[in-house]
Write a protein that binds this ligand. Structure first.
Ligand SMILES: [Fe+2]
Length: 297
């Protein structure tokens, strides 16, 4: 087709998508063309802005490595990751869900830890935190023998893979739920942290006068055949940025019951005040147990 008017190119591009064999891919590509072309008309995108946009997208790709994923960071910073999560869980966004963002820091092959063990593998600041968690199905029955990956940032605001000062796999561990669906472990109380700001996302946040912080949270990925893999985060409601997460991940259902204790721990002689506890129930939904692709190695 030879274009005579600007409208013709949209018609031609949609027609070029039509032969896509896979029907779902066809649906996605046709809709993408419609929205992309609509976006360009809506914003009256200039040639200079378009060139800048292609440069930025290329830069996002170049910034993504085995240990850093700028694309996931950008998707989160635009609210896209959260929208995809909420639209695909909790009865298609109509009811609350324990599902949350995977984030850019999940790693495969976390070391196994027995229940009651610690995930602190090198000297780490922060008050002790004791996590007592239970995994249940939609009816409240225990999910026995589920594999649970947990991970979180150090109180210095860095995941171990970002920080040469931490041991390999520090603050990461894999647990198995017991006959009551429970798993429990010791770690340190996490704090909020800034997402990496030395790339494209950082420049955008600065231009928008947005802070880069995520409120303190504990990640979990729970796997058991017969259930949809539960990717969850539990947030500390006391965090000063709980209402302004740079990645838009916080929902009511994900607010955790973190308790600060002002007396020494009753059974752990090495734990003086203050220390923290978190009691939490993770609810799994029926579905296919498909692991996501890890965003980093
Ligand atoms: Fe995180």
């Amino acid at each position: 087709m030879i274009n005579n008017r600007q409208e013709d190119v949209t018609v031609a591009a949609i027609a070029a998508m039509e032969p896509t064999t896979d029907p779902r891919l066809r649906e996605i590509m046709v809709s993408l063309i419609k929205h992309l072309h609509g976006f360009i008309r809506d914003t009256r995108l200039t040639e200079a802005e378009f060139r800048e946009a292609t440069t930025i997208l290329g830069e996002i790709g170049k910034l993504s490595t085995d240990t850093h994923n700028e694309m996931v960071l950008m998707a989160g910073s635009l609210g896209v990751s959260s929208l995809v999560c909420l639209l695909n869980n909790g009865d298609h966004g109509n009811t609350e869900t324990a599902q949350s963002l995977l984030g850019p820091f999940w790693r495969l092959h976390s070391p196994r830890v027995e229940n009651g063990g610690t995930i602190v593998r090198s000297k780490t600041s922060g008050a002790p935190l004791f996590v007592n968690a239970r995994v249940v199905d939609h009816a409240g029955n225990p999910v026995v023998g589920a594999e649970v990956d947990v991970w979180h940032a150090s109180p210095d605001g860095l995941y171990e893979n970002q920080d040469p000062g931490q041991a390999e796999m520090n603050l990461r561990g894999k647990f198995t739920t017991d006959a009551g669906g429970c798993f429990w472990f010791r770690t340190v109380m996490m704090t909020g942290y800034p997402i990496p700001t030395d790339g494209v996302v950082g420049r955008l946040l600065k231009l928008q006068d947005r802070h880069p912080f995520r409120p303190a949270h504990l990640h979990a990925l729970i796997f058991k055949p017969g259930f949809k893999v539960l990717i969850s985060q539990v947030y500390d409601p006391a965090d000063p940025n709980i209402e302004t997460d740079a990645q838009f991940g916080v929902t009511e259902a994900l607010l955790g019951n973190f308790v600060r204790h002002e007396a020494p721990h009753p059974t752990e002689p090495d734990v003086g005040a203050p220390w923290y506890s978190l009691d939490h129930v993770y609810k799994m939904e029926a579905g296919e147990a498909m692991l996501p692709r890890p965003p980093i190695k």
